[in-house]
Structure formats: C-alpha cells, structure tokens
Design a protein around this ligand. Sequence first.
Ligand SMILES: [Zn+2]
Length: 73
Amino acid sequence: MAYPIKTCRLCEEEFELKPGKPGFADCCPACSTAEPSAPTEKRSMDATERKNRSEANEARRQAMRDLLYRKDS
Ligand SMILES: [Zn+2]
C-alpha cells in the first residue's frame, strides 16, 4: 500500500506521509523534528488553546444541563 506523497511546506521537498509521522501532515519528517518556530511562543499558544477548550467544554456542559433540566420539568 502506497502512502500519499506530500510536499513539505517548509523545504518544499516531497515526502511520504506515513501513519504516525511526528509533526504536521504538511511538513517532511526532517522539518517536523527540527522545529524552527520559537518553543516559548508555541507553549503559550498551547496553554491558551487548552484554556479556551476547557471553557468551551464548561459552556457545553452548562448548556446540556440547562437542556436536561428544562426537559425534566
Ligand atoms: Zn521539509
């Protein structure tokens, strides 16, 4: 079974997109392992994303609870 051939968005080299490849799907393995972006910026972005996601989950839970209570009464 052949893997899809992708073009790396960083070095524009063609590579096989294998399952379990680390990093982004549009980066070749070499560019995925040698991450050029600032790690501190990435970490803070991840923290913000996590916070946003937990807030979204909380809002969804609240909405679900409201829906259930309305249905019961
Ligand atoms: Zn690359």
